[in-house]
Every structure is written in structure tokens, then in C-alpha cells.
Design a protein around this ligand. Structure first.
Ligand code: PRT
Ligand code: ZN
Length: 210
């Protein structure tokens, strides 16, 4: 019998909840320390610990059978994967935010403005749908400080509590997408029986939490 592989985040906001979910499914494995692969002792499964950005491609390319990742990462990487189960954690929304004292009051006023983000693909599609032509400035992090430094007129970033926006003098302005962690797979995968068994275990853990 083949061993399934599931890719989860190595460290970061989704790591702990992903590990907890798999442990609650009755799977026995060592949590990530230095090894990037952990075998499960009581199920034909290996856990791959990866940067979240790499997870959709690993699943698309068949290196992993399954993955746990935020919908925002899937949409941004534009891979072809199937959504198997919403997992109810890692909830956040991608929002455009502007400085509190800005003159920007309506979405149309973003025309000709600059927006800093680490999500240029999702933002680009959103602006196109809204018929807005703005200058998307792709940066790799610390997006919230960009307007204060005079680098952009607005930002587009993930928000959960809103505390980061507030402490940087920004206010949410438009919702681009909402996101949560999801289980992804690939259509037409071999080992459909094992995958179904794992999905059923995950679903019963989620039901028990309701
Ligand atoms: O190292 P690796 O590449 O794996 O991790 P990462 O640094 O890219 O991602 P990580 O661990 O920060 O987030 C993983 C996933 O968690 C994201 O892709 C989202 O799906 C989800 N998630 C949920 C969040 C947030 N909530 C969130 N609040 N990801 C990031 N944030 C950041 C946001 O970018 C902003 O800087 O938290 C700040 C805002 O938080 P609040 O609470 O102040 O609003
Ligand atoms: Zn990442």
C-alpha cells in the first residue's frame, strides 16, 4: 500500500492548529523539530512541514497528496487543486486599508493611486472587476508601514483582529476576500480510499467541535 503525504505549515499561524487537527484524528507522529518529514506510526501517512506558500504547488504537482493551507495562498498562487474540506481555523480577510486622515472615501477614488500588498494577483483581479486602475506595489512584508513612509496611498493585507491596522493609523476600506484554512487535494489521485478515510476522520473531529 502506498504512503500518503500531507503538507502542513512548518511554523507560523496555521502550524499549531494543523498539528492539533491531525493529532485529534488519532494520528501518532513527532511534531516538526529538525526533520521536514514525520512518519505517522499508525496510519500510512507522512507529514511534510513546509512554508505555506509552497503547499499549493506541492499538491498540484503530486509531491503531496493533501495539504492544509489558507485560501488566500491558494488564490494567490493560482494553482489547480481541489478544495476537500473547510477547516474553520486561520480565519481572516484580505482588505484594502487607507490612512485614517486620507481623502479617499469611495472605491473609485483608488483610481490612479498606489496600493502596497503581498497579494498582487488577488488584488489585481479585484481591481479589474471594480474597473479601477491603480498602481499595485508588490512588497514582501511589513505592508502596514508603507503609507506612513510615503511608499503608497493604501495597502491590501490580511486582517484578523484589526489591531495592526489600528496601531499603524489605518482603517479598513474594502473587503477583497475572506479566507480560512482548507484541506486541499488533487482530482484523480490514486489512494482515494486512504484519502477518504482521512477526510472522514477530519470531518468527525470538526463535528465534535461544533
Ligand atoms: O513562513 P510561512 O511562509 O509558512 O508563513 P507566513 O509568514 O507566510 O504566514 P503566517 O504564518 O503569518 O500566516 C499563515 C496563514 O494564516 C495566512 O496565509 C492566512 O491564511 C492565515 N492568517 C489568519 C493570517 C492572519 N490571520 C493574520 N492576521 N495571516 C497573517 N496575518 C497577519 C497580517 O498579514 C497582518 O500583518 O497579521 C497581521 C494582522 O493581524 P491583526 O490581528 O492585527 O488584524
Ligand atoms: Zn508564507
Amino acid at each position: 500500500m502506498k504512503t500518503l503525504k500531507i503538507a502542513i505549515q512548518k511554523s507560523g499561524r496555521l502550524n499549531e492548529k494543523s498539528v492539533e487537527l491531525l493529532k485529534n484524528c488519532g494520528l501518532n507522529f513527532e511534531n516538526y523539530k529538525s526533520s521536514l518529514i514525520s512518519p505517522v506510526s499508525n496510519f500510512p501517512l507522512e507529514i511534510l512541514f513546509l512554508r505555506d506558500d509552497d503547499i499549493p504547488e506541492y499538491v498540484q504537482d503530486g509531491i503531496a497528496d493533501l495539504g492544509i493551507v489558507g485560501e488566500n495562498v491558494i488564490q494567490e498562487t493560482e494553482v489547480k487543486v481541489s478544495y476537500l474540506q473547510r477547516l474553520g481555523f486561520g480565519k481572516c480577510s484580505l482588505k484594502i486599508a487607507v490612512p485614517n486622515n486620507t481623502g479617499i472615501e469611495s472605491i473609485g477614488q483608488l483610481n490612479g493611486r498606489s496600493i502596497a500588498t503581498t497579494y498582487p494577483v488577488i488584488l489585481g483581479k479585484f481591481l479589474k472587476e471594480q474597473n479601477i486602475v491603480a498602481d499595485i506595489r508588490t512588497i514582501s512584508g511589513s505592508v502596514e508601514i508603507s503609507p506612513g513612509l510615503g511608499l503608497s496611498d493604501a495597502i491590501c493585507d490580511l486582517v484578523s483582529t484589526g489591531g495592526t491596522l489600528k496601531s499603524n493609523g489605518l482603517k479598513p476600506f474594502a473587503d477583497v476576500m475572506s479566507s480560512e484554512a482548507v484541506l486541499i487535494g488533487r482530482a484523480g489521485s490514486e489512494n482515494e480510499d486512504l484519502i477518504q478515510e482521512l477526510i472522514q476522520r477530519i470531518q468527525s473531529v470538526l463535528r465534535a467541535k461544533e
